[in-house]
Design a protein around this ligand. Structure first.
Ligand code: PLP
Ligand code: COI
Length: 354
């Protein structure tokens, strides 16, 4: 495996105040970069000062968008050391996303080595404030300077780091979600399961409309009938319906969230039944009205567990549990974050020390 070259910055930046980070606004001193050419494979893995890339105006990513990314976090433990949460899952998902976009695979061992080496290099950037973490953003894009529409043969893989606070200003307080009935995010056979930039580009219009009207996120429905609930803009969704937890099945259109997978495993370890299946919007809205839907929450790396207090359409509001964070969502939030931050023992073996 190629050795990672490290070139440290001569000008370390001033760190932001950890009480005022918001999400994805600040970046650390260094980044990981590695290049790919079809006949050479991956070469020159390096940690260098955080700086702009130079790419051709004809670079394929700027025209046809072959790009995939990941999102995970480094957590500061009470003893001051740092750990990651299920990084192997992000590595595997990035390679699945890359396969869909004809981008090259990355050796999982080298990927893990790059994550650990970069977080070690900038470990003093892992914040220690409550609910603060170092968000890790690996991404891979095609740089071929060619306008022909073909599978890429030149790529860059990079990892950048951003100290972050909660994604939603509401934190663990309930958010409002707008049920999007005009735009759609994904269809079967498309790219919904892949974490590719294009999925997010197509979601911006609906997201902006929802935000302008006071909503935290949109709820995406299936792209064909607009009958089934799929996921949030940047997070998966779950419902507590009577004594079960129900979440949309992974049928190619929904991103297979690592938080979703972890929550399902955690719920099952508590002997709570989880159903992964088709969920109609009708079932949810009727269930909210008659009280069968007792709780709803979003889950994701950025969102953690965010209770949902209200769903709305253009003309109707559906309030859940008196717009209070439900007990199961709160229990999950605490169990998950205690494990991620190393405040409890990791009986699942999910954490990796940096
Ligand atoms: N769904 C979408 C569209 C997302 O962007 C994310 C965030 O990564 C998720 C779900 C949740 O995935 P994870 O829990 O792996 O962060
Ligand atoms: C993440 O949770 O890592 C994401 O990529 C979601 C995005 C909305 C920030």
């Amino acid at each position: 495996m190629a050795e990672i070259r490290i070139e440290k910055t001569a000008h370390p930046k001033e760190k932001p105040d950890s009480g005022n980070l918001s999400f994805g606004k600040y970046f650390t001193d260094h980044m990981f970069v590695m290049n790919y050419e079809k006949d050479k494979g991956w070469f020159d893995p390096r940690i260098v000062p955080f700086a702009p890339f130079e790419i051709s105006p004809a670079a394929m990513v700027l025209h046809y968008a072959p790009e995939v990314f990941e999102g995970l976090k480094a957590y500061r433990r009470p003893d001051g050391s740092v750990q990651l949460f299920r990084p192997q899952e992000n590595i595997a998902r990035m390679n699945r996303s890359a396969e869909r976009m004809c981008l090259p695979q990355i050796d999982p061992e080298l990927f893990m080595e790059a994550l650990l080496a970069l977080v070690r290099t900038d470990s003093d950037w892992v914040p220690a404030g409550e609910d603060t973490t170092l968000y890790i953003r690996p991404f891979l894009f095609a740089t071929d300077p060619k306008l022909g529409v073909h599978a890429p043969s030149m790529c860059t893989f990079a990892i950048i780091l951003s100290p972050v606070g909660p994604y939603f200003p509401e934190g663990v307080n309930p958010v409002k979600i707008f049920i999007e009935k005009e735009d759609v995010r994904a269809v079967r056979g498309g790219t919904g399961f892949a974490k590719c930039g294009g999925n997010y580009a197509g979601s911006l219009r609906a997201g902006e409309r929802a935000e302008a009207n006071g909503f935290a996120q949109v709820l995406w429905l299936d792209g064909v009938e607009k009958k089934y609930v799929e996921e949030g803009g940047g997070m998966n969704i779950m419902f507590k319906i009577k004594d079960k937890v129900v979440t949309p099945a992974l049928l190619g259109t929904v991103l297979p969230g690592i938080t979703r997978k972890s929550v399902i495993e955690m719920l099952k370890s508590w002997n709570i039944e989880v159903e992964e299946r088709l969920v109609t919007l009708e079932e949810i809205l009727t269930g909210i009205k008659n009280g069968d839907v007792e709780e709803a929450w979003c889950c994701g790396t950025a969102a953690v567990i965010s209770p949902i207090g209200e769903f709305a359409t253009e003309d109707e509001q559906y309030t859940i549990g008196g717009f209070k964070s439900g007990p199961l969502a709160l229990k999950l939030y605490h169990a998950l974050t205690d494990l991620q931050f190393g405040r409890t023992e990791d009986s699942f073996g999910w954490t990796v020390r940096v």
